[in-house]
Design a protein. Sequence first.
Length: 91
Amino acid sequence: EWAVEVDGPTHFLGDGRTPSGSTLLKRRQLGELGYTAVAVPYWEWNDLEGKGEEQLRRYLQDKLRIDQVPPSSRSVPDGEGRDQAGTAREP
């Protein structure tokens, strides 16, 4: 199952691109419940403004295709036992 969340500016820290702790927690909890969490950051969505419905549809389809890869094969370790999305890595 999928969980798609449009992440506005309040989902990120001061630099505007690093997910906040509560956003990482939510993503981790969704994963533990068996969902594939798909984040749509505000800057990507804003870049599509005025480009038409077809471009929006293609963007979302591409996001879903990318996120169909199992989390363990797309995670990037942060050195603290969790990937950048905050999901615990398997030993």
